[in-house]
Design a protein around this ligand. Structure first.
Ligand SMILES: Cc1cc2nc3c(=O)[nH]c(=O)nc-3n(C[C@H](O)[C@H](O)[C@H](O)COP(=O)(O)O)c2cc1C
Length: 300
């Protein structure tokens, strides 16, 4: 069941998607964290961020909209509370990094370099819910390259860059990020969307627009993982609407080395365990020796 992401070997390909699993502690009653490939934490920034005003989630057909805005207590508090708690758990920790500026991203990594217990970073250049930073870095090749370059200098740990689907050509961005030394790419972050309350005539989110996640975006995510994994040689972590082991298999068949499970955690907090077991059963039932044999195995 093992897969390789850069220099890191994971016990299986099932990760948590940032922002849907906190730092794992809240799920510890439901999930054996040690049975995950890795825990990917909620986005962490240099200073505390308040996030956006409520309402900032809304249910849609086969998905949810969110405009949380990367609310978090800042990297120091993260180290004191979340990382300290995770230190006793035998699971690789990938910290999702947020920033309003290149220096902001680098500052988070530099602070975390002083800590043990961090296996790598997932640099979020794709959040649609903040005015400065976030997705602004992920929609232009030069900006995506600049952030990646600066983060690469700051660490030799696993460096994953998380891409946004809200672009015309995600392959160009993926190539720009790979060229600057990213070890792996995560995709996709949420798709820009909105919803309106017909009783009040108001938008359902206070920020009007937000990011849609869940099964509604799975076909988009699959298409992008397929395009990107065919264009780069670094591993791709696929996500977007994964609810079951079969969904995870689909992502691997189109080229993902690992998968991340997000919105599904809100529906069934044990879903990641079902997917770990289901992937093993899927392979066993078909005589597939290694789960990694699924990666890119889609037939033409
Ligand atoms: C409530 C919520 C919060 C999120 N917060 C983050 C975040 O802090 N950093 C990040 O890179 N992605 C964040 N995401 C995006 C998810 O990690 C994932 O890329 C996206 O939701 C698609 O996967 P899913 O359909 O399985 O949820 C968030 C998503 C949701 C629904």
């Amino acid at each position: 069941m093992t897969v390789k992401l850069g220099g890191l070997e994971l016990r299986n390909p099932v990760l948590t998607a940032s922002g849907t699993f906190a730092s794992g502690r809240e799920f510890a009653d439901f999930v054996e964290l040690e049975r995950l490939g890795a825990v990917v934490t909620k986005g962490v920034s240099l200073d505390p961020w308040d996030g956006n005003a409520s309402p900032r989630v809304a249910e849609t057909a086969s998905g949810m909209l969110n405009s949380i805005g990367l609310q978090n207590p800042g990297v120091d508090a993260f180290c004191e509370n979340d990382l300290a708690w995770l230190a006793d758990v035998d699971v690789p920790v990938i910290v999702n990094v947020s920033g309003h500026s290149v220096a902001g991203y680098v500052g988070v990594i530099e602070r975390l370099e002083r800590e043990t217990g961090v296996a790598g970073y997932e640099v979020n250049i794709s959040c649609p819910n903040v005015d400065a930073g976030g997705m602004a870095f992920g929609t232009e090749c030069s900006a995506a390259a600049e952030v990646t370059r600066a983060c690469r200098v700051a660490t030799t740990r696993l460096l994953v860059v998380k891409l946004t689907p809200n672009v015309t050509d995600i392959v160009q961005i993926a190539r720009a990020v790979e060229a600057e030394g990213a070890d792996a790419l995560s995709l996709i972050n949420t798709v820009l969307g909105m919803a309106v309350d017909v009783e009040t005539f108001r938008p359902k989110l206070s920020r009007v627009v937000g990011g849609i996640s869940g099964p509604a975006i799975k076909p988009i995510a699959l298409r992008m993982v397929w395009q990107v994994s065919n264009a780069v040689s670094v591993p791709v972590i696929g996500m977007g609407g994964i609810m079951s082991a079969d969904d995870a298999v689909e992502f691997m068949l189109v080229g993902a080395t690992a998968v991340a499970v997000g919105t599904a955690n809100f529906i069934d907090p044990t879903v990641t365990m079902r997917i770990v077991d289901g992937l093993a059963e899927f392979c066993h039932a078909r005589g597939i020796e290694r789960v990694s044999d699924l990666t890119g195995a889609m037939k033409a």
